[in-house]
Design a protein around this ligand. Structure first.
Ligand code: UDX
Ligand code: ADP
Length: 464
């Protein structure tokens, strides 16, 4: 039976773009994306989508109201669907057993319970959220324990590999699609049905099928290895600064080795985003639970180096500013965890802002896509030593980079937005306090040109 009706639980960074692309490529399939948040659904149905993602507006506009729907009516969407994606959030647990490391599966569990409560016909349930290995088993247990007579479920794992900022491209031209399922006739049939959805635009050879646990672990493994590359180059950036080598030259030389390759070797203030840290922490937690402490320690180091890199960067700022930021204005360019997204989850900017505030600085923030409320919320949620009434007056959010940097002692570049490359730095310099500093945490601006203007410049992985 070909799939005719898809429902997706969770209209976030994963569910929204993924289902929009499925709707675009499968015009005969009705795709309904639902969410507990009515506000989020209202935004998906408006002209201003809740997430910024290059190319997404066009895809949504071309399908919305035809075969792509955003709705708060979760029950109807589940009832109608042959196949249900679970794309709900899986944050790191904030309390209890595994606090700070294990994934909190309460939303996944909630989604499974709604499906079990509502379903009156057979369903293929596809786990798409990033989940720890064996989450499919938990979903399956909940569904089977609450199953109505005559309703059968097949649980598949189909991890998402889209990166924010390039999600539409990643979905349209995926390197591979993984589908994990049970090695039984019904399991193989469900894999085949999901595969046929992707075959509308992904060559069959790029659709890889495997057992559920391999599929779940592959997602964690891919993210852990990508993050490991960044931590590796970041660890070497410290060596470069100590020796006079240039990390960009090292990365280029290393990346030309075809066995290594050139991607994900861009040294930075540290990686952020909703996946890397969470997935590695998950992996570490799983290894500890499996009594594999050496493996757990090995992966923990990838996180530790990331923390070290962020701290190294802020320490450099503080030391350069004569070891005191009290009473100084610091301008932060970029609050998103990378360019081309408004997402700030685990963004290194939060750490930088928090550390500077704790040092007594006043900070002025500019990001082209992050809303002011989000910035205040992120700062309030991060552990700032001083009470909110004390730090809040020391934070302002600006809508353009020139007003943001005016009167500041230093500019700290935290996100690699293209627009930061070609700003009129001469004009910016003339409006800043002297000596004026630029700390480039992304290695994106022309350092020699800034030095010529008169800035003191520091960056990652090279001495200037
Ligand atoms: C990542 C994975 O790439 C994606 O496949 C997975 O499905 C979800 O997690 P995402 O977090 O959206 O995607 O962004 P990514 O492009 O991987 O960047 C993550 C972080 O690493 C960002 O903060 C980025 O700035 C940083 N980074 C990336 C570097 O510091 N250096 C690099 O060379 C590459
Ligand atoms: P991701 O980056 O993984 O997509 P997001 O936080 O952007 O994560 O999106 C997850 C969405 O899932 C949120 O909008 C949240 O409201 C929604 N959600 C959580 N639980 C459920 C549920 N049981 N049914 C429908 N939507 C849910």
């Amino acid at each position: 039976m070909p799939i005719k009706n898809i429902c997706c639980l969770g209209a976030g960074y994963v569910g929204g773009p993924t289902c929009s692309v499925i709707a675009l490529k499968c015009p005969e399939i009705k795709v309904t994306v639902v969410d507990l948040s009515k506000d989020r659904i209202a935004q998906w149905n408006s002209d201003k989508l809740p997430i910024y993602e290059p190319g997404l507006d066009d895809v949504v506009k071309s399908c919305r109201g035809k075969n792509l729907f955003f709705s708060s009516d979760i029950t109807s969407a589940i009832l109608e669907a042959d196949l249900i994606f679970i794309s709900v959030n899986t944050p790191t647990k904030a309390f209890g057993n595994g606090k700070g490391r294990a994934a909190d599966l309460k939303y996944v569990e909630g989604a499974a319970r709604i499906i079990a409560d509502v379903s009156k016909s057979d369903k293929i349930v596809v786990e798409k959220s990033t989940v720890p290995v064996r989450a499919a088993e938990s979903i399956s247990n909940i569904l089977i324990a609450n199953q109505r007579p005559g309703v059968a479920y097949q649980i598949l794992s189909n991890p998402e590999f889209l990166a924010e900022g390039s999600a539409i491209n990643d979905l349209l031209y995926a390197d591979r699609v993984l589908i994990g399922g049970e090695d039984t006739p019904a399991g193989r049939a469900a894999i085949e049905e999901l595969s046929s959805v992707y075959q509308h635009w992904i060559p069959k050879t790029n659709i890889v099928t495997m057992n559920t646990w391999s599929s779940e672990l592959s997602k964690l493994a891919a993210n852990a290895m990508l993050a490991q590359r960044i931590s590796s180059i970041n660890s070497l950036s410290a060596v470069c600064e100590a020796t006079g080598a240039d990390v960009s030259e090292v990365a280029r030389a290393v990346g030309l080795d075809s066995r290594i390759g050139s991607k994900f070797l861009q040294a930075s203030v540290g990686f952020g985003g909703s996946c890397f840290q969470k997935d590695i922490l998950n992996l570490v937690y799983i290894c500890e639970s499996l009594n594999l402490p050496e493996v757990a320690k090995y992966w923990q180091q990838v996180i530790d180096i990331n923390e070290y890199q962020k701290t190294r960067f802020t320490t450099k700022i503080i030391e350069s500013c004569f070891n005191t930021l009290s009473g100084k204005n610091i301008c932060i360019f970029g609050f998103a965890f990378k360019k081309n997204t408004g997402d700030t989850r685990e963004s290194p900017s939060i750490f930088v802002a928090k550390t500077l505030l704790d040092e007594g600085a006043s900070i002025r923030i500019y990001d082209p896509k992050v809303e002011q409320n989000q910035i205040y919320e992120d700062l309030a949620n991060s552990v700032i030593c001083t009470p909110p009434e004390e730090w809040r007056p020391r934070v302002s959010v600006h809508s353009d980079p020139y007003s943001c940097s005016e009167g500041c002692h230093a500019i700290v570049i935290c996100t690699e937005w293209d627009e930061f490359i070609n700003l009129d730095y001469q004009k910016i310099y003339s409006e800043m306090m002297k000596p004026a500093y630029v700390f480039d945490g992304r290695k994106i601006v022309d350092h020699q040109a800034l030095l010529k203007i008169g800035f003191h410049v520091q960056t990652i992985g090279m001495r200037l």
